[in-house]
Design a protein around this ligand. Structure first.
Ligand code: BDP
Length: 705
C-alpha cells in the first residue's frame, strides 16, 4: 500500500520536475536542439583550445555544459583536426587565419568557418571567452556561421553594472530579493551565485561591476570589508570583470579621523592616496571609484566650496598611478531647489568641461530628472566636448512598476541612444557621445543600475532578465536594435518556435510604451507615490522639498497642466541645440511624447489627433490598460510552449500588472479630472472607486528603500 502510494507520488512528480524551470539559468538555457543540422552537432565534437589559465578552463566548462544541453554529449578536447579551433590570433596556423581578425582590439573576436572547421580567434583570452559565448548563442538559435563569419568589437570600453547594494544586504530600489553579496560569509565562502553572475555578465560582454550603493557607506573602505571585496574581485577576474566600489566623499572624516574632507586639503589628498594604495594591495587590478557627491544629502566638494572637478580630480590623482578610473556622477542637484531641477546638472557641469583629469569619466543619467518612464535625453550629452561622458541607465524598475510590471527597456534605451542631439549638425546622436566618436575620445563607458537580487530567477519577473541582457548588448554596441535583441533573448531563454517568438517579441517591444501609457503619457512625469515610488501619487505635495513632489512637475490647475520649460517658463529647453529648441519649443513640431514635459497647456488644447488634451490623456491611460489585459490573453494562449513554473510565474505577474494599470488610470484621471472639470470621453472606463479611496491606499514595507 505504502509502496503503491510512493510509486504514484513518484510518477506524479516526474513530469512536474521535468517541467520545473525556475529561470536561474537565464539566457544560458542550452535546451536540446531538436533537429541539429550536421554542422551544429559536429562543431562541438572535437575542440582544440590551448593554454592553461582559469579563463580557458571556464571556456572548456561552458562548451561542455552547452554541448550536454544541446546534444546530450560532451566535446572531446583534442590537439589535432578539431571541428572547433579556439585560439589567440598569434597561435593561429596561417592556413586558417583571416584578415578581419587583425583589428580585433583587446576584447573583440572573430568567428568563422574555413576548410570545414569553425574558428574562434581573438587577441586575448577574454576575446576568446566572448567569442565562445557568441558561438553557443548562434548554435542555440540554429544560425549558420559563414566563411566571413562574425566580427565583433565592443564599441564602449567600460561596460559596468552598478549595484545599489547596501552592506546589510538590502538593495536600494531593488525588487528581486536581497543583495546577492553575502558580506557576512565573505571572504571565506564564495557562493556559486557569484560565479554564475560573472558568467552571465561575461556572456554579454559586461566587463565591470560596482558592488556597493552610490549612497555609499565608508566602511567598505576599511580592511574588514576590503578583504571581502578582494574575494569578489578574485572570483570575477577570470571572467574579465573588473571590480569598482563607491567612495563616500566624507570617508577621511568618518573612518580616517580627519576633521575635513576638503579635496584641496593636503592631508585629505594624502589620505585618499594611502587608502587607494591599500586597496590596490588587495586588488591589483581594482577598477576605481564610482562617486555620488552633492546629491540628495550626500557629502561632496560643495561642502567646502569646491567644484565637482576638484572633488573628482582628487580621487583621480589617487588612482592614477595604478591605472584606475573615477566615474563621477552628474546626478547633482541642490536641496534648496533654486531652479528647475532639469537644468541644474547642466549648469553645474558645462562650465567644468575640460577641467577633469584624463582618468575621470562623468556618468550621466539618460534624462535630466530621474529615470522616469520616459524622459528626453539629458542635455549634457553633446555639451561637454572635452570631457568623456558615460551613460547611466536604470535597469531596475524604480519608476516602472517595480518587479511585477513587464517593461522591456531596450526600446527606451534605444530611443535615447539614437536621438540626434544636433550638436555638431545632423547625425550627432547620443550613441556617438557614448561610443566616443562625436568628440573623438577613446575613454568610453556605460553603466546600468542592476535589477539583480537573491530571487531564484535573479530579477523578480522572468522577463526582466531581458533587461539585464539588453543592457549588456547595448553597452557592447549602443547602436544595437531592440527587435533583434528581443528575438535573440526569447530564443535563448525559451524556444526557437516561431509561434512563440513572434507574439512574445511583439509584446515585449510594445511593453515600455504600454507602461508609459498607463503611468505617464504625453510627457507627464514624476507623479508616483512618495518615497517608495510604488503606484500613482499625482496628489503628492508639500514636505521637505518641492522637487520631490508631483505637483511641482505636473502643475495641474483649472487652466491646464504641464511643465513650461520654454522661454516663458524655466527655459530648460535652451540647454539643447537650436534645432531641438525649435522642434520641441514649437507645438506644431514637438513629438507628443514630450508635450507636457516642455509645455503647459489648457485642457481643451486641440491635439493633432483631433482630440482635446484631456480626452487624449484619458485615451492613453485606457490604451495602456487594454494592452496590459491583452498581454494576459496572449500569454495564456502560449501556455503549451512554456514550462509550467515560468508560465505560472509570468501569468500571475501579468495579472497584477493589468490590475495595477487600472489603478494608475483611475487614480490619475480622477485626480486630474478635478482640475479639467471634464467628463471622461467615451471609450474610457469609469473608475471603480472615488479619488479619496486611491489617495488612502497605503502599502507597507515596500521593498527598495
Ligand atoms: C533616485 C533614487 C535614489 C537614488 C538616486 C541616485 O530614488 O534611491 O539614490 O536616484 O541615482 O532615482 O543617486
Amino acid at each position: 500500500m505504502i509502496r503503491a502510494l510512493l510509486t504514484s507520488i513518484a510518477l506524479f512528480c516526474i513530469p512536474m520536475l521535468l517541467s520545473a524551470n525556475d529561470g536561474y539559468k537565464l539566457w544560458l538555457q542550452y535546451y536540446p536542439i531538436e533537429n541539429p543540422q550536421a554542422w551544429q552537432e559536429n562543431v562541438l565534437k572535437q575542440v582544440s583550445i590551448d593554454g592553461n589559465n582559469e579563463t580557458i578552463t571556464i571556456i572548456k566548462n561552458e562548451l561542455e555544459v552547452a554541448s550536454q544541453g544541446f546534444f546530450s554529449t560532451k566535446p572531446l578536447f583534442v590537439k589535432e583536426n578539431p571541428s572547433l579551433l579556439i585560439a589567440l590570433r598569434e597561435q593561429l596556423p596561417s592556413s586558417l587565419s583571416q584578415s578581419a581578425s587583425k583589428d580585433l582590439g583587446t576584447e573583440g573576436y572573430h568567428i568563422y568557418s574555413k576548410n570545414g572547421q569553425t574558428v574562434i580567434t581573438a587577441n586575448s583570452k577574454f576575446g576568446l571567452l566572448y567569442g565562445t559565448f557568441r558561438l553557443l548563442q548562434e548554435i542555440q538559435k540554429q544560425e549558420i556561421i559563414s566563411e566571413t563569419g562574425i566580427v565583433e568589437i565592443p564599441k564602449v570600453k567600460h561596460r559596468v553594472l552598478n549595484h545599489w547594494d547596501n552592506l546589510n544586504r538590502t538593495v536600494e530600489r531593488g525588487y528581486s530579493g536581497f543583495s546577492i553579496w553575502n558580506w557576512h560569509r565573505l571572504p571565506r565562502h564564495i557562493d556559486q551565485q557569484y560565479l554564475d553572475y560573472a558568467r552571465a555578465n561575461a556572456s554579454l560582454g559586461i566587463n565591470g561591476t560596482s558592488v556597493t550603493n552610490v549612497n555609499a557607506n565608508a566602511l567598505v573602505l576599511t580592511p574588514y570589508y576590503l578583504e571581502k571585496v578582494q574575494a569578489l574581485a578574485d572570483a570575477f577576474r577570470p571572467y574579465g570583470i573588473k571590480l569598482y566600489i563607491t567612495a563616500r566623499f566624507s570617508s577621511p572624516m568618518e573612518i580616517g579621523g580627519l576633521e575635513t574632507a576638503d579635496p584641496l586639503n593636503k592631508e585629505v589628498q594624502d589620505w585618499w592616496k594611502d587608502k587607494t594604495k591599500e586597496i590596490y594591495e588587495y586588488i591589483p587590478d581594482f577598477g576605481g571609484f564610482l562617486v555620488k557627491a552633492d546629491s540628495e544629502g550626500q557629502p561632496g566638494p560643495h561642502n567646502y566650496g569646491r567644484t565637482q572637478a576638484e572633488g573628482a580630480n582628487m580621487l583621480a590623482d589617487a588612482v592614477k598611478p595604478f591605472g584606475g578610473i573615477v566615474m563621477w556622477r552628474a546626478f547633482v542637484y541642490s536641496e534648496k531647489t533654486p531652479d528647475d531641477r532639469h537644468k541644474q546638472a547642466y549648469n553645474e557641469f558645462v562650465p567644468l568641461d575640460g577641467k577633469f583629469r584624463d582618468n575621470v569619466i562623468v556618468q550621466v543619467k539618460n534624462g535630466a530628472i530621474d529615470f522616469q518612464p520616459r524622459e528626453p535625453f539629458h542635455p549634457l550629452f553633446g555639451a561637454m566636448p572635452k570631457t568623456p561622458l558615460m551613460m547611466e541607465f536604470q535597469i531596475t524598475q524604480e519608476y516602472l512598476g517595480h518587479d511585477t510590471h513587464l517593461a522591456f527597456l531596450a526600446p527606451m534605451y534605444e530611443e535615447v541612444l539614437k536621438q540626434d542631439t544636433y550638436i555638431n549638425g545632423k547625425g550627432s546622436e547620443v550613441a556617438k557621445v557614448i561610443d566616443g566618436s562625436l568628440h573623438d575620445y577613446s575613454f568610453t563607458g556605460m553603466a546600468g543600475v542592476a535589477n539583480i537580487g537573491t530571487d531564484r530567477n535573479w530579477t523578480g519577473h522572468h522577463f526582466h532578465q531581458a533587461n539585464w541582457y539588453a543592457y549588456g548588448k547595448l553597452a557592447w554596441n549602443p547602436w544595437g536594435n531592440s527587435g533583434e535583441i528581443a528575438e535573440d533573448w526569447i530564443k535563448l531563454t525559451f524556444t526557437n518556435q516561431k509561434e512563440f517568438v513572434d507574439p512574445i517579441k511583439k509584446m515585449m517591444l510594445n511593453s515600455h510604451e504600454m507602461v508609459v501609457n498607463y503611468m505617464t503619457p504625453l510627457g507627464i512625469h514624476h507623479i508616483m507615490a512618495r518615497s517608495h515610488h510604488y503606484g500613482p501619487g499625482p496628489w503628492v505635495t508639500g514636505g521637505e522639498r518641492s522637487d520631490w513632489t508631483s505637483t511641482y512637475y505636473h502643475n495641474a490647475s483649472e487652466s491646464g497642466m504641464g511643465f513650461d520649460r520654454t522661454q516663458t517658463g524655466s527655459n530648460a529647453l535652451e540647454q539643447y541645440s537650436t534645432q531641438l529648441q525649435e522642434e520641441w519649443g514649437d507645438l506644431n513640431s514637438i513629438p507628443n511624447k514630450y508635450l507636457l514635459w516642455f509645455h503647459h497647456l489648457p485642457w481643451d488644447y486641440q491635439m493633432n489627433s483631433g482630440n482635446i488634451l484631456w480626452d487624449e490623456i484619458a485615451f492613453h491611460y485606457q490604451k495602456g490598460v487594454n494592452e496590459a489585459r491583452e498581454n494576459v490573453k496572449i500569454w495564456k494562449d502560449l501556455q503549451k510552449h512554456v514550462d509550467r513554473f515560468r508560465f505560472e510565474h509570468v501569468l500571475s505577474f501579468l495579472e497584477i500588472q493589468a490590475e495595477e494599470a487600472e489603478w494608475w488610470r483611475d487614480a490619475v484621471l480622477l485626480y486630474f479630472g478635478q482640475y479639467s472639470g471634464l467628463p471622461l470621453p467615451e471609450g474610457v472606463e469609469a473608475p471603480k472607486h472615488d479619488l479619496e479611496y486611491y489617495m488612502n491606499i497605503e502599502h507597507k514595507f515596500v521593498p527598495g528603500i
